[in-house]
Design a protein around this ligand. Structure first.
Ligand code: FAD
Length: 426
């Protein structure tokens, strides 16, 4: 048995939703496009899962955060897909792909063929077992990548109210989950091997601001060590966390956020891979001209950096998905993909944005004991990255703009003293 489509999007996450909107805007005909997703719901704004979804009062629930509300676009509910003649093949895992024959095989045994495939399979959460620790299956150990994980986390959080949680990992997921656990009246200890939180992005000075803020909310930090094992009760529930430095922490629940791995396995040996993802050109086209890749799984040329990068952020997923569809539907009109990497996070009453690249020398500015502060990164004489906490819409727009212009910086001290006003003047 089988079905055939002109366009198939494999994966039903953020990139898939934004690609669908772009296909529809560009006039895809009914029956031409299908989205295949392992998840049982239509594409949604994944960042909501660690923010609004975990709130104790009036939490965000579907259909409120289907794509593409995150970019103030239309909300694509299942009804929308139906009305636009876009087939949603949900709850369906693709188990193999044949790019030469242009076919996908689902776990249910169906073969779906395409003329053009957009791979939007995202990434999966790394498991503790990959670091030699067992216990991921315990009922009170939570990961957070999809709605199923989020529902589980909500249940475990509810049954642990007033208790203790250990959050393993000091990246995005760890930081956002820790804040949500505190808001849900759970005592939190964060454990990570690095010397600071958000080590891939934050400078020590920025990290120290957030760690102090978290401490003021009651969060404890155990840094420079890692999980070595869990102690379980007779029901297989984790009751204590043992760390490599010998500490033992009693817990009611554990949240693990130790990184992700792009879902490339279907295409290994068939498409060129780079930086852990599917390598694509400026049109988001892979080494096979019928296959495009977008979102977390794609390694694409970032003009601003002059190199291929794989980004694990929502803005990039949205924009490269739209760009790929433009390149597919109107290749002669689609311009260059000139993307300025953008990441953001919201935790407690705080909110930051980052644009560009965090390489080179750093200049901090603003009031680190107040609400608005930031940093610029200057590499080879040019401003290449900007970070801002607590900015206004205009201020965030200004740091985005200045980063995209990559201005020459002659005097770091002057940049430091001008601070945010430098970006505002450009
Ligand atoms: P995804 O949204 O992960 O979608 C991938 C889809 O492919 C899923 O539906 C999956 O089920 C499906 N799939 C995979 N393999 C198969 C298969 N074999 N068969 C069928 N279907 C398959 N970024 C930010 O910039 N800011 C944030 O604040 C932020 N918060 C986040 C919070 C959470 C909890 C998470 C998990 C991520 C967050 N991100 C954030 C990152 C952002 O959500 C991702 O960059 C974005 O979702 C990537 O989109 P994508 O479409 O590439 O992948």
């Amino acid at each position: 048995m089988g079905r055939a489509f002109v366009y198939v999007i494999l994966g039903g996450g953020v990139a898939a939703g934004y690609a669908a909107l772009e296909f529809s805007n560009r006039g895809v005909s009914h029956g031409e496009l299908c989205i295949i997703s392992e998840e049982s719901v239509a594409p949604y704004e994944r960042p909501a899962l660690s923010k609004g979804y975990l709130l104790p009062e009036a939490p965000a629930r579907l259909p409120a955060f289907h794509t593409c509300v995150g970019a103030n676009e239309e909300r694509l509910t299942p009804k929308w897909y139906k009305e636009h003649g876009i087939e949603l093949v949900l709850g369906t895992r693709v188990i193999s792909a044949d790019v030469r024959r242009r076919t996908l095989l689902t776990a249910a045994g169906e073969t779906i063929s395409y003329k053009i495939l957009i791979v939007a399979t995202g990434a999966r959460a790394l498991k503790l077992e990959e670091f030699g620790v067992n216990g991921s299956d315990a009922e009170n150990v939570c990961y957070l990548r999809d709605l199923t994980d989020a529902n589980r986390l909500v249940d475990v959080m509810r049954s642990s109210s007033g208790g203790n949680a250990v959050v393993i990992g000091g990246g995005y997921i760890g930081m956002e989950c820790a804040a949500s656990l505190v808001i849900n009246k759970i005592n939190v200890t964060m454990v990570f091997p690095e010397a600071q939180c958000m080590p891939r992005l934050f400078t020590p000075k920025i990290a120290s601001f957030y760690e102090d803020y978290y401490k003021s909310k009651g969060v404890e930090f155990v840094k420079g060590t890692a999980l070595s094992s869990f102690d379980m009760d007779a029901d297989g529930k984790v009751v204590a966390v043992n760390l490599r430095d010998g500490k033992r922490l009693l817990v009611d629940m554990v949240v693990v956020g130790i990184g992700i791995r792009p879902n490339t396995s279907l295409f290994e040996g068939q498409l060129t891979l780079e930086k852990g993802g599917i390598k694509v050109n400026e049109k988001m086209q892979s080494s096979n001209s019928s296959v495009y890749a977008v979102g977390d799984v794609a390694a694409f040329p970032v003009k601003l950096f002059g190199e291929t990068r794989r980004l694990e952020h929502v803005d990039s997923a949205r924009k490269c998905a739209r760009h790929a569809v433009a390149a597919i539907m109107e290749p002669e009109k689609s311009g260059e993909f000139d993307y300025v990497p953008f990441f953001y996070s919201r935790i407690f009453a705080l909110s930051w944005q980052f644009y560009g690249d965090n390489v080179g020398e750093v200049v901090h500015f603003g009031d680190f004991s107040g609400n608005t502060f930031g940093a610029y990164w200057v590499n080879k004489g040019h401003l290449v990255g900007s970070f801002l906490e607590g900015g206004t819409k205009e201020e965030y727009a200004a740091i985005a703009m200045v980063t995209s212009l990559k201005p020459a910086i002659e005097d770091l001290a002057e940049l430091e003293s001008r601070g945010l006003s430098y970006a505002m003047a450009v």
